[in-house]
Design a binder for this molecule. Structure first.
Ligand SMILES: *Cc1c(COP(=O)(O)O)cnc(C)c1O
Length: 469
């Protein structure tokens, strides 16, 4: 499998190189040159497979030529073996034909473990083979950081630096990062917001001199391997609900557009998906595009669903690339005008094409709390605020009651006690056993100003298992 850049100017890469690449050299994102397509019979034959075996079948075409089957199978069995639920991603029924796909049974209690547990193992495998070391610099609005640190903490050849916005992640989220110690683990709190953190990561990829020749790897959802891993659970959910003979719809709590883009790919690979709902919080750039063809940056609002607090959605570029007939020059132009003027619209027929599959809703904090309370009254289930936004959007935007609606349950409610408390469900939430002493553990973290040079010099001073590069 070969991968090409959405901006058309960077060289095509194989899987191994795309795993290590992050952003393409032309500023674009890598996508598969040709998407594999499965027949309905093939997909149907996967019903009942354990999660890791389904994962092998769905992802195999993407890694062919880079990882032998036997090794890939072993990696996947280990990856999904760490999840606390035997079904890995169980479905829970909320209402008639309405389901939550629980993606929060991994080590850090959010869906990001599906991709980052795999990414850490894939990196270790590839780096060991090559005899190389890398540095990861990643930005997090909360959940990516802990999932990346958990995924990489045992990697021999990786030093990981995670930037989070100082005082803007929940205490559980912060502690899930800062209480994991290792000479290769570095937590940095930036005096700024998530987009500041993300910009620093992007700038570091653009100019890597501070790394003195060490390779920089991305763990943000711009990394193709993360998207790839997330395709699997769309198949997993649909197969349990009568797919592929029957089509299924999904409502996806969305920030950077990575998770829902994986659903879009699952559909293009042959899985019958009727509708994909982009569920956003008040940071609604994607909802404004889907509802009014305006992709315009606005100010950032802090919400009760901080993992979706973004101003721009980096993976949206991957969808735009397809909507523009995979014309890299057109995407480079759009992104340029976005950077300069702060916004764009696409031609009407391209937007109409997107709207055949996608619907959207922006949900504010008050509605989020109302939904948590409503679902608790209906079912006794406590939803986390991100999942609640998915439920609200599913209920508002649903096209057909006959088609099963699956809401991606992106996090465990215990990670976001503020929202749950505000919703007044009055049910004490307990940390799962492996995290029960989280609030007693020591923390390790460095606070740095919102300044690229300060961050880069910190990385070069500590990038070799705590020593200078
Ligand atoms: C990361 C995250 C999201 C947003 O996912 P994207 O792939 O960035 O769209 C939603 N909910 C939770 C809990 C998250 O951690």
């Amino acid at each position: 499998m070969r991968y090409i850049s959405t901006r058309g100017q960077a060289p095509a890469l194989n899987f191994e190189d795309v795993l290590l690449a992050g952003l393409a050299t032309d500023g674009g994102l890598y996508v598969p040159e040709n998407l594999p397509r499965f027949t309905q019979e093939e997909i149907a034959s996967w019903a009942g497979l354990p999660y890791h075996e389904l994962a092998f079948r769905v992802m195999r075409p993407f890694v062919t030529g880079s990882i032998p089957d036997a090794d890939f199978k072993k990696i996947l069995e280990e990856t999904y073996g760490v999840f606390a639920h035997n079904a890995v991603a169980p479905l829970r029924q909320l209402n008639g034909n309405e389901w939550v796909l629980e993606l929060f049974h991994g080590p850090t209690l959010a869906f990001k473990d599906f991709a980052l547990q795999l990414l850490g193992r894939l990196l270790d495998y590839v780096l060991e083979k090559r005899g190389e070391r890398v540095v990861i610099v990643g930005a997090t609005s909360g959940d990516t950081g802990s999932a990346a640190i958990e995924g990489c903490k045992r990697c021999e050849n990786v030093d990981i630096f995670i930037l989070h916005p100082h005082n803007r992640v929940s205490e559980v989220q912060r502690r899930q990062m800062t209480t994991i110690f290792g000479e290769n683990i570095h937590n940095i709190a930036i005096e700024g917001n998530f987009d500041d953190c993300q910009e620093m990561v992007k700038a570091s990829f653009a100019d890597q001199g501070f790394l003195k020749g060490t390779r920089l790897v991305a763990v943000n959802s711009i990394n193709w391997a993360r998207i790839m891993a997330q395709i699997v659970y769309y198949f997993h959910a649909a197969l349990q609900l009568g797919g592929p003979a029957r089509s299924v719809s999904f409502s996806v709590p969305t920030g950077n557009f990575g998770d829902i883009f994986a659903g879009y790919l699952a559909r293009n690979m042959g899985l019958p998906i009727n509708q994909l709902i982009v569920a956003t919080n008040r940071n609604d750039i994607l909802h404004r595009f889907m509802s009014g063809n305006q992709y315009v940056k606005e100010t950032l609002h802090a919400t009760l669903s901080p993992s979706m607090d973004i101003m721009v959605s980096s993976n949206f570029e991957r969808l735009l690339f397809d909507l523009h007939g995979r014309n890299g020059a057109a995407i480079a132009g759009l992104m340029d005008s976005f950077k300069q003027g702060g916004g764009f619209s696409v031609e009407q027929e391209r937007w109409t094409e997107a709207r055949k599959l996608f619907d959207s809703l922006a949900v504010d904090d008050a509605q989020t709390c109302e939904t948590i309370a409503e679902v608790f009254q209906q079912t006794g289930e406590v939803l986390d605020p991100h999942t609640a936004i998915g439920v609200k959007a599913a209920r508002e935007c649903r096209r057909s009651l006959d088609i099963p609606m699956v809401i991606l349950g992106t996090a465990h409610p215990v990670k976001f006690p503020d929202a749950v408390e505000k919703a007044g469900v009055g049910k004490a939430l307990e940390l799962p056993a492996h995290l029960s002493d989280l609030f007693e553990r020591d923390e390790r973290c460095t606070v740095l100003p919102n300044d690229l040079k300060a961050v880069q010099s910190f990385v070069s001073q500590h990038g070799n298992r705590g020593k200078p590069l």
